[in-house]
Design a protein around this ligand. Structure first.
Ligand code: CA
Ligand code: ZN
Length: 297
């Protein structure tokens, strides 16, 4: 059976969004995504100041997952990501540490054979998902924002082959995603990656009654907790506390040993750290995967 294809867009994560599809646990489906400017920018003559900001940061979905209830975890396997043959990057007014030293500029960036072409250099892409998550319990949160439901995490480790765990806040979870980047640096210093349209294939599953307040990411070699806050210290505290809890629960160590281990084996990494900006800091805390000792399940 061919997988279902999701093509409708929303601009917020919300318990009030009408699901566009209902899927069973274990089902595979494909999301067609627009870039974060809703594909409005087609040429370098179009500056960011001319686009319609009511239609930025679209996400595709949401999808209702049968059997997902509050208190459960939605498991999202990123099976594949394909991208269009060109992306766009732009400076943003008053965003990022160098905004007062640069022009407003749009750059169209061709993508060819897995490489991005920027002026006279080429470099390999690391195609990732910027916006991904589930509905919050009550409020509606714009897709350009961050939260314990996921959202615009801009985490460059969310790539093909990785698995995400989201806390389910409402029946069906209401999963959605968008905002692919052909590639992006940690912190996204000017506020944009190589913004690009594409398609993402995922498999959705549910773990019953696994308590987590915030998203967890499993990559080929690491476990990450992810958290956001206005201040770096607060985001770091939340991500660290989440990791400490996972280690205590999975390894049977006490909280002090978990903290010591996190300092010698863990890495603090920045997802979103573009300042100044009105945005939150998004940090991830990663520890290596150890054979036979998963942090989740
Ligand atoms: Ca983004
Ligand atoms: Zn983006």
């Amino acid at each position: 059976m061919d997988s279902k294809i999701i093509t409708k867009y929303v601009y917020s994560f919300s318990p009030n969004n009408e699901p566009v599809e209902t899927v069973k646990k274990g089902e595979t489906l494909k999301f067609k995504t627009l870039d974060c400017f809703s594909n409005q920018i087609k040429s370098e003559e179009q500056l960011i100041t001319t686009i319609d900001f009511d239609h930025v940061n679209p996400a595709t979905g949401p999808v209702y997952v049968e059997g997902a209830e509050p208190g459960d975890v939605l498991v999202v396997d990123i099976l594949d990501i394909t991208i269009s043959d060109q992306g766009v990057t732009t400076t943003l007014p008053e965003i990022g540490p160098l905004f007062d030293k640069v022009k407003t500029r749009t750059k169209i960036i061709p993508i060819k054979d897995g490489k991005a072409i920027f002026n006279d250099i080429e470099f390999p892409v690391n195609t990732m998902i910027g916006v991904i998550g589930v509905a919050p319990k009550e409020e509606s949160i714009p897709c350009g924002h961050w939260g314990f439901h996921g959202g615009n995490m801009d985490n460059k480790r969310i790539i093909k082959g990785t698995r995400l765990y989201f806390p389910v806040n409402v029946p069906g979870a209401l999963f959605q995603l968008g905002d692919l980047h052909a590639t992006m640096g940690d912190g996204e210093i000017c506020g944009t990656g190589i913004e690009i349209a594409g398609e993402v294939t995922v498999k959705l599953d549910v773990i019953k009654q696994f308590p987590t307040e915030r998203p967890i990411l499993e990559t080929e070699d690491k476990w990450y907790t992810i958290a956001n806050a206005v201040e770096y210290a607060d985001a770091l505290k939340l991500a660290s506390e989440d990791m400490q809890k996972l280690i205590v629960k999975a390894y049977g160590w006490d909280a002090t040993d978990a903290f010591l281990y996190m300092s010698i084996q863990g890495d603090i990494e920045i997802c979103q750290g573009c300042k100044p900006s009105p945005g939150d800091m998004v940090v991830r805390f990663g520890v290596p995967k150890i054979d036979g000792k998963p942090l989740v399940r």
